[in-house]
Structures are given as C-alpha cells and as structure tokens.
Design a protein around this ligand. Structure first.
Ligand code: MRU
Length: 350
C-alpha cells in the first residue's frame, strides 16, 4: 500500500486483539502503524493526537475499552462493571472538547449495564460488536453527510476547509471532506483550499496530504490568507467539521474556525458545519458551556521550528478549540439532513 487513503485510520486487529492506528504525528513523512493494547498507551495516543478528530477518537476509545474489558482479571460482575467504568472515565479524560469521545464510551458502558445478567466473556464479545458497530456507523454517517453537503454545492466551486475533518479524522470519507471526495468522483471540479491550522498544522500535514493523495486540486494557504482569498471571490463555501454542537447551534471546532466564520460572513460566503448527529449535545446549552482543551505552550513556541521562535518565559495562550457563534453558521449538515436557524428549535429533532 502506498496511498494513505488505503489505510484504516483506526481499526481493531481481531487476530491479536489490538487497536491499530496510523500515527498522525508522523504524517506526511512517515506512515507508521501503531498496535496498542494497554489502556495507558491508548490514552496517550489520544492525548498526543496520534489518533485525532472527533469521530476517530470515539472509535479508538470504544475499541480501547473493549480491549481493556478482555483484560479484566475477575469473574465477579460488580468488580467487572467497576473496572470498565474506571477505564471508561480514564479514556474519557484524554480530551475534553469532542463529545464523540464520551458519547462512544457511554454507548460501550451501556452494553455492559444492559447485559449484566450474562457472563463476562459474553459481555466482552458484545462490547467488541458494539465497537465495530460504532466504526461502521461512522463510515455510513460520513457518506450521508457528503451526499447532503453536495446538494448545497455547484460544479467548479472553490471550497475552503480548516484543520482536518477528513478521512484521517474519521473511519472513512471525513465529514467536511466527504462532499469533496464524492464531488471528485462525480466530476464536480472543485478547487479546494486548506489552511495550515496553527499550531499543530493539521491542515498542512493531514488535509493537504490526504486530499492531494486522492488526486484533488488542493491549494495550501497560511491561516492569515483566508480573508485575502475570500475578498478575491475565490471561495464559494467553507466546509468545516466540529467537536461539539450546543443546543443553541454554537459549535466548538479547531482553534481558528471562528475567525474563518467571521470573515466568511463579511464576504457573504456560506459557512457550513458538517458533523454526525452524535456530535450534537443538547445537554450543553450554548458554546459558553463547552470545556475548551488547553494545550502545552511548546506547541506554539517551538514545535515544528528548528529552534525556539519565542522569548524564553513568554506567557502563551494555547486553546485547542474555539466556539463559533450560531449566528455565523449557514447550516449544520448531518447524516440526517441540513439544519438551519433557528437552531434551538431545529436541533431538537436530531
Ligand atoms: O485537535 P484535533 O486535530 O483532534 O481537532 C480536530 C478538529 O477540530 C476537527 O475539525 C473535528 O474534530 C471534526 S473531525 C471530523
């Protein structure tokens, strides 16, 4: 295999019961497949963004919890349930903003609770089925998101995306990129622009890489070039993914998303958020209630540079996500359909 798209972003190797992921911190230079069995290593892979993107970390954690369940050293059901809950809470602590992580882990725990009358090996096998189901559903949802998004786009459009909401962030197709893949297959002739996405460069390292590997027309720009592109009329729509949709339609996504949305409004460019319905969190009232992950200062001051590019001891603010106000969002596109304002009312049915 020599194309990144031929690899599974995250999968269960059923033969040796390991979680297999592409180590995304090494892309685009090296395609290294990691095989993980220890919960600590899986937590670490999620925290360090070896596997990343909201849907992909949900799938990785679900497979991780299944693997952990097979390592429980007890035949007492109460002890087993406590053990699974502990592992679930530990994995959930790796990253706070993407709701897909807790959503997938809750689904897994529910399988245990609903089947507590069965013996432990049987519960483990149901957990395996559930983890594989979460992954298969993710592929199907991404495909549907692509179809629903494509209905809003015309041939020849210039499309801008931010961060990586691509195949590398999901099981397949991506969310924001799904319509790009489908459009490419169907001859839409899109011109894709992706921004670098400081500080971790998911746009440059991952989106530019996967879309160009697919053969698409992709142009990489720095984050601060987006306004210039829009002012020249080169962008007809923005497509981004997201980590959590609050009940009022506010959306948390990679830091910088709200800048792109604000500029898009200035130039009347539609701003679409593409996400599976599992990303909608009606228990979170608004963007103000979303916990935003803070990351180490080194990601800003020295990572990717040959030498440190900031004064020693400078204060650094490094939130991994920001909130885009619902007023700036033209539509939220899920596998079930296109949701528009008023979000508070229209998100309820999803
Ligand atoms: O920190 P990351 O790389 O996990 O951030 C990813 C994003 O912000 C994506 O846009 C989001 O998770 C949606 S992925 C389909």
């Amino acid at each position: 295999m020599d194309n990144i798209l031929d690899y599974d972003t995250v999968t269960l190797d059923e033969e040796d019961n390991t979680l297999e992921i592409i180590d995304q911190t090494q892309l685009p230079y090296r395609t290294q497949i990691l095989k993980l069995t220890e919960t600590k290593d899986i937590w670490d892979a999620i925290y360090h963004l070896k596997v990343r993107g909201a849907p992909a970390i949900g799938v990785a954690a679900a497979i991780g919890l299944y693997i952990a369940s097979t390592q429980a050293d007890t035949d007492d059901i109460e002890e087993f349930l406590n053990y699974v809950r502990e592992k679930k809470e530990y994995l959930n602590s790796a990253r706070p903003t993407a709701v897909n992580l807790s959503w997938a882990l809750e689904r897994m725990e529910k399988v245990c609770l609903d089947n507590r009358n069965l013996d432990i090996p049987k519960i483990c096998s149901l957990l395996k089925q559930e983890a594989l189901k979460i992954k298969a559903e993710d592929t199907e949802m991404c495909y549907r998101i692509g179809e629903n998004t494509l209905g809003l786009l015309d041939k020849g459009y210039g499309l801008l995306t931010h961060c990586n909401a691509g195949q590398l962030a999901t099981s397949r197709y991506g969310t924001a990129t799904s319509a790009m893949y489908l459009g490419y297959e169907r001859g839409y002739g899109f011109r894709i622009y992706c921004d670098e996405t400081r500080p971790l460069l998911q746009g440059a390292r991952l989106t530019a890489y996967e879309l160009s590997s697919a053969g698409m027309d992709v142009t990489l720009v720095c984050d601060n070039m987006v306004s210039s592109l829009m002012r020249q009329g080169l962008i007809n729509a923005v497509l981004v993914g997201c980590d959590r949709v609050a009940a009022n339609g506010d959306v948390a996504n990679k830091i910088g998303t709200s800048v792109v949305a604000t500029v898009a409004r200035r130039y009347n460019v539609p701003f679409y958020v593409c996400a599976p319905s599992s990303t909608i969190d009606l228990s979170t009232a608004s963007g103000n209630d979303i916990v935003i992950e803070q990351r180490p200062a080194e990601e800003v001051t020295e990572m990717w540079y040959e030498r440190r590019m900031a004064p020693d001891n400078i204060k650094v603010y490094n939130p991994a996500f920001d909130v885009t106000d619902h007023e700036l969002i033209s539509a939220i596109i899920t596998e079930k359909g296109v949701i528009r304002e008023p979000y508070l009312k229209n998100l309820k049915g999803f």
